[in-house]
Design a protein around this ligand. Structure first.
Ligand SMILES: [Zn+2]
Length: 431
């Protein structure tokens, strides 16, 4: 009897074990599949100029000229406003041209001589409400709009991608005589980026110089972090090919600040490494409030094969020149998407040389276990169309597209940029 019951217990236990193993196996599989999995292969697209619709800039006046909406500032996007009665307004946001990636950027100001609460509905051309609105009273400091003032209209389905976003959104805004800014993400226009670059360039080993003009003749700047003019190893960092991708920019900013910082690690690293950064690849797109493209109507991150656009050509020409003096050992292009994800080039094509990228990802993940980030490696080098492939194929540098989520917390972005910088410095110094 006793044996039997023990056996029974034994059986029960082993069943539990088996089922828990199975469960574990399933859990592991599920875990592997959670998180943003990344986009598929990018189709080859022509990059010769396409016409864009320039945004009409001005002020919309309503209610006997007591309530105003404006897009007269850098980074703004507001294409139409209508008054619907009862303090309700409808706003239209449209893209610079189509087809286009669904990153419906918006930014506008609103004010009224008659302070009160108004309701504003945001609508997007063939798109949905991807970006949770940010609000500011000075145009500099932005925070997410209070959830009690946000209503999603026709919520989406699933976790990631444009289908998961609500169809439109209704915001309640307390308008005063002073303008309130509403924006898809924090505003980092060419002026704001330049202020940051200028402040860092106070350091004796950081230089900032023009490398050419954009399509609309804005100056494109390159930041050079170069402590020891005998340094022979180079890193290439770029960001903001896509205007709305502010979270990628914020991680890049922290990455650069860490490498230029006062830590022993950074000082040691800079003895042998120079860093070249173009923090704002698409200044026209950013200042014109574009969803994706430059003033040539083109996705710059499809132009690293044919170089039809001045912005990509400027960086290419710079690199071809610098490659004569430097051995480029690392390249990163910072972007934003639905959630944090890494797009490296697979070691099946980059071999031993490209392994550093994977070691680096592993080290970052170990230090930041609070947010699991998927890796989606590409095993094709041709065409070079996207920046990371151009950097690897033409300049031999292990390279990555480093993507941050649109909604990744801002303190975490900063921490991730810092950790990423520390870990790449350590790995490169071990080489
Ligand atoms: Zn992007």
């Amino acid at each position: 009897m006793r044996i039997k019951s023990m056996l029974a217990v034994g059986i029960v236990v082993s069943t539990v074990l088996i089922s828990s193993c199975k469960k574990n196996a399933q859990t592991v599989t599920t875990e592997e599949k959670t998180g943003y999995q990344g986009q598929g292969k990018s189709p080859v697209v022509p990059t010769v100029d396409k016409p864009i619709q320039k945004q009409w800039r001005g002020v919309w006046a309503f209610n006997d000229s007591t309530t105003f909406f404006s897009n007269k500032f850098d980074g703004a996007r507001l294409n139409g406003v209508a008054y619907d009665g009862d303090d309700h307004y409808t706003i239209w946001v449209t893209a610079e041209n189509t087809p286009i990636n669904v990153s419906p950027w918006y930014a506008f100001q609103v004010w009224s001589n008659k302070p009160r609460n108004i309701t504003v509905q945001l609508n997007y051309q063939d798109s949905r409400s991807r970006y949770y609105p940010k609000i500011s009273v000075d145009g500099k400091n932005f925070k997410p709009i209070d959830s009690t003032n946000f209503k999603a209209i026709n919520p989406g389905e699933g976790e990631f991608g444009i289908k998961a976003a609500p169809e439109s959104a209704e915001l309640t805004i307390s308008v005063t005589k002073e303008p309130t800014w509403i924006s898809a993400q924090e505003l980092y226009t060419s002026t704001v980026v330049q202020e940051w670059v200028d402040s860092l360039s106070q350091k004796p080993f950081i230089e900032n110089y023009p490398i050419g003009l954009s399509k609309e003749k804005r100056t494109m700047y390159l930041m050079e972090i170069n402590q020891n003019k005998d340094a022979k190893k180079g890193l290439m960092i770029i960001s903001r090919q896509h205007p709305p991708e502010v979270t990628g920019f914020l991680a890049m900013k922290s990455f650069i600040e860490t490498i230029s910082g006062d830590s022993e690690l950074a000082k040691e690293f800079r003895k042998e490494h120079a860093v070249f950064a173009v923090p704002l690849m698409n200044p026209d797109g950013v200042d014109n409030g574009h969803w994706r493209h430059n003033m040539g109507g083109i996705d710059l991150n499809r132009d690293w094969q044919n170089f039809n656009q001045p912005e990509t050509r400027n960086v290419r020409d710079f690199l071809v020149e610098k490659d004569k003096d430097y051995d480029f050992v690392f390249g990163a292009d910072f972007h934003s998407t639905w959630d944090d994800i890494y797009y490296p080039i697979d070691t099946t094509v980059t071999g031993k040389k490209g392994k550093i990228i994977f070691d680096w990802i592993e080290n970052i993940s170990e230090r930041l276990p609070q947010k699991k980030t998927n890796v989606s490696a590409s095993d094709e080098l041709d065409p070079t169309m996207v920046s990371s492939k151009y950097l690897y194929v033409n300049h031999g540098m292990p390279a990555i597209v480093f993507e941050l989520g649109d909604n990744t917390s801002r303190p975490f972005l900063k921490e991730k940029g810092k950790v990423a910088a520390e870990e790449i410095m350590k790995l490169l110094m071990e080489q």
